[in-house]
Design a binder for this molecule. Structure first.
Ligand SMILES: Nc1ncnc2c1ncn2[C@@H]1O[C@H](COP(=O)(O)OP(=O)(O)OP(=O)(O)O)[C@@H](O)[C@H]1O
Ligand SMILES: [Mg+2]
Length: 321
């Protein structure tokens, strides 16, 4: 039994996602491959929030969509409660950045929320109606919302509808891909509080994708920092924010955006552009932008390993703090 208790809710095991690049003609000998996610391993425990952070193009959405079952990985394995993911579709749901494009405008809210239940043949029609009404209440929408259409709601209310829809199959894990970024600043903290309170009542886990390190600091138990598709750092949020180990994390933290700012613009130490994932630098992929880089960094990829004296704080750096 103790072994069972130790099984994480979600295990991502050496996952890679490569996109072969088309174009250049059929005769091209060296077809390029874009390495969006490269050899990423992490876990999400029951009730835990793991944040995925990193600059635009670092592979956050690609990794999240594999976890949500929307994309097949090139390599690696996923396990949900110790089992292959295929059997666990209901257990993982996704909430997207833009609630408007995620919701079919021709469907009333009642159908939008009940649809996942209908598809998976959960309960009787009466049971589905009761569950839908309860969900509408739980996400803080008025009861008369059930008969209305997405365009009749504000952005924040639409995100509440999308959250209710994601909750309908009673998942254990929600992948939330920038769920606040499209919302007005004044609404962001309301939706953040809703996500928190739902988590407390349902013991839900989140894989929470965000540019906004201020939000991540509020919400996350652990943080995974992606750089060019690879894990740069993986650590409890308190430790990572108090004492980032990887130079890339340190650079990100020097420019913590306030809640509501949409994008991390980069900081003084990250002046140069992120290299193309079509041609990742040799050795440590961060070395061309790293203030600490030495000769070894240009040739030897660093392993993800604990920072000195901090067994739960992992960083992929030859000179981690
Ligand atoms: N379907 C696709 N085909 C080809 N390349 C893709 C595809 N989806 C993503 N990519 C590439 O994979 C890399 C990672 O993209 P991804 O969308 O996962 O990044 P992200 O971290 O979510 O960025 P953002 O913060 O802008 O949302 C990028 O270089 C992107 O151009
Ligand atoms: Mg994205």
């Amino acid at each position: 039994m103790s072994e069972l208790a130790a099984t994480p809710l979600l295990e991502v095991d050496r996952l890679s996602v490569h996109f072969p690049q088309h174009g250049g003609g059929w005769f091209r000998r060296h077809r390029q491959v874009l390495r969006a996610v490269e050899n990423v391993s992490l876990t999400v425990e029951s009730g835990e929030t793991v944040a995925l952070v990193g600059e635009s193009g670092s592979g956050k959405t690609t990794l999240g969509s594999v976890v949500a079952g929307l994309r097949t990985p090139t390599a690696g394995r996923l396990r949900f409660r110790g089992q292959p993911l295929e059997g666990a579709r209901r257990g993982i749901q996704i909430v997207f950045q833009d609630p408007y494009s995620a919701l079919d405008p021709r469907m009333p809210v009642s159908s939008l929320i009940a649809e996942p239940l209908l598809i998976q043949r959960v309960g009787t029609a009466a049971e589905r109606r009761a569950r839908t009404a309860a969900l509408v209440e739980q996400v803080g929408l008025p009861a008369d919302a059930l008969n209305r259409y997405p365009h009749e709601f504000s952005g924040g209310q639409r995100q509440r509808i999308a959250i209710a829809r994601a909750l309908a199959p009673d998942p254990a894990l929600i992948v939330a891909d920038e769920p606040l970024s499209a919302l007005d600043v004044s609404v962001q903290s309301q939706i953040l509080n809703l996500l928190k309170s739902i988590q407390e009542t349902r013991k839900l886990s989140y894989l929470f994708i965000s540019h906004d390190l201020g939000v991540v600091n509020h919400l996350a138990d652990r943080v995974a920092v992606l750089y060019l598709g690879r894990l740069a750092e993986l650590a409890p949020a308190a430790e990572l924010f108090a004492r980032p180990s990887h130079p890339y994390t340190q650079a990100l933290l020097t420019a913590i955006p306030r809640i509501g700012r949409r994008r991390t613009r980069g900081s003084r130490t990250l002046r140069s552009e992120m290299p193309s994932p079509l041609a990742p630098p040799p050795g440590c992929v961060f070395h061309p932008r790293c203030p600490k880089a030495q000769a070894i960094c240009r040739t030897e990829p660093p392993a993800l390993a604990p920072a000195p004296g901090r067994p739960r704080q992992l960083a992929a750096c030859h000179f981690k703090d």
